[in-house]
Design a protein around this ligand. Structure first.
Ligand code: SF4
Length: 371
């Protein structure tokens, strides 16, 4: 692909022009695309609108399981046989302690996720009290994922100080019945519109690798642009044993990066979050995701673990990015890496390889002592 193609992508995006369907298909599918120039163009757009900052999110799974919905990708769905440890809603003091921990860990935003179709009136009012209390104690933004909401409930949460509502579109209208049968794509759109109407910022994204086609991805990316969604999580399906969608999907690191670039070009000012699955699908190319994306999760996801804190923070630091936080990245990193540093610098005994490290074959054969 000629250099002008990549330059045009960045120019069009920065100028607020929408990329054509053909161009979007080329980004996702064409064998002519080279990854580094594509990433560089997406990075130009990122740099222009959000600089070199990375936003860290920490997710609190406030309730695990007990969900009557059947989202095929979710371990908490009523139809899933995944091995999860169910618990009802955490007590307030536990949620408050986790909010504090998130703040002290450098999180810009604390995300509380509640399994279920949507909150009752009682649950909504309880949640509103929690939001007020967290906001009065810590200067941290709050996002909740509550399931379906109407305008009246959204207003209660807005009045309590809620900054954002997470409600992912997940996939296209066409593909939606293949991933969930207990609610519809239209239900999800209506929730987003209700929240937007009362002035709550939207967080809505997708899950890739659920058997969708490239046009499904492009359609949702266009819809998120139309809705002016300022926060877009890009999840790559983590196949969990026992879920309806438990098959290993065919995502490759390169394809995941193309998807992130597409999201950046179509939503130039948005907070694009490289979310669930970044570790298992991007592998050694994980750091490249920070060039189109400017946000990630620390401490894993709803039901699955992620990279260690030290590894994630080190990745941000080594690539020359900063974090949007009241905490200092170097200090956070030092705290997380303390044990490792002790191991490699202070304790010489542990610095040097032993015979078992140098000759693992012999160790496995239990022959070390005979040689
Ligand atoms: S994604 Fe939410 S609504 Fe769907 S099954 Fe999981 S917890 Fe329930």
């Amino acid at each position: 692909m000629h250099r002008a193609f990549y330059n045009n992508l960045a120019d069009q995006s920065v100028n607020g022009e929408i990329l054509s369907l053909d161009t979007c298909r080329t980004i996702l599918l064409s064998s002519e695309i080279e990854l580094l120039p594509l990433l560089n163009s997406a990075y130009e757009v990122r740099k222009k609108f959000v600089g070199k900052e990375v936003m860290i999110h920490i997710i609190d799974n406030a309730q695990n399981g007990y969900c009557p919905e059947d989202c095929h990708y979710c371990a908490q769905a009523k139809t899933s046989r995944a091995d999860i440890e169910e618990y009802p809603l955490k007590p307030d003091e536990e949620i408050l302690a986790e909010a504090r921990r998130a703040y002290e860990s450098g999180a810009f935003r604390y995300c509380m996720v509640f399994a279920g179709r949507g909150p009752s009136q009682r649950r909504t009012e309880h949640l509103a009290r929690l939001i007020k209390e967290i906001k009065s104690k810590y200067p941290i933004e709050i996002c909740v994922s509550t399931g379906l909401l109407d305008e009246q409930k959204a207003q209660i949460l807005k009045n309590a100080g809620l900054d954002r509502l997470n409600h992912n579109l997940n996939t296209s209208e066409r593909h939606y019945p293949n991933i969930c049968t207990t609610h519809t794509y239209a239900d999800r759109i209506n929730t987003l519109k209700a929240a937007k109407k009362v002035g709550i910022e939207l967080c809505s994204g997708m899950i890739f690798g659920m058997g969708e086609g490239t046009d499904d991805i492009i359609e949702v990316a266009y819809t998120l642009r139309e809705l002016e969604v300022p926060s877009i999580p890009a999840n790559f399906l983590v196949p969990i044993k026992g879920n309806n969608l438990a098959e290993v999907n065919d995502l490759t690191p390169e394809y995941c990066l193309r998807v992130l670039c597409l999201l950046r070009f179509l939503n130039p000012k948005a907070e694009i979050r490289v979310a669930a699955g970044r570790e298992i699908h991007l592998h050694s190319m994980e750091v490249l995701s920070l060039y189109p994306a400017n946000s990630l999760f620390l401490d894993g996801y709803l039901n699955t673990r992620g990279a260690s804190r030290a590894k994630t923070l080190r990745m941000i630091k080594d690539a020359g990015f900063t974090i949007k936080s009241e905490q200092d990245l170097d200090q956070l990193l030092e705290n997380e890496e303390k044990d490792r540093k002790l191991c490699y610098t202070a304790n010489e005994e542990q610095l040097m390889k032993r015979l078992a490290d140098l000759r693992p074959y012999l160790r496995s054969k239990k022959n070390v002592s005979k040689v």
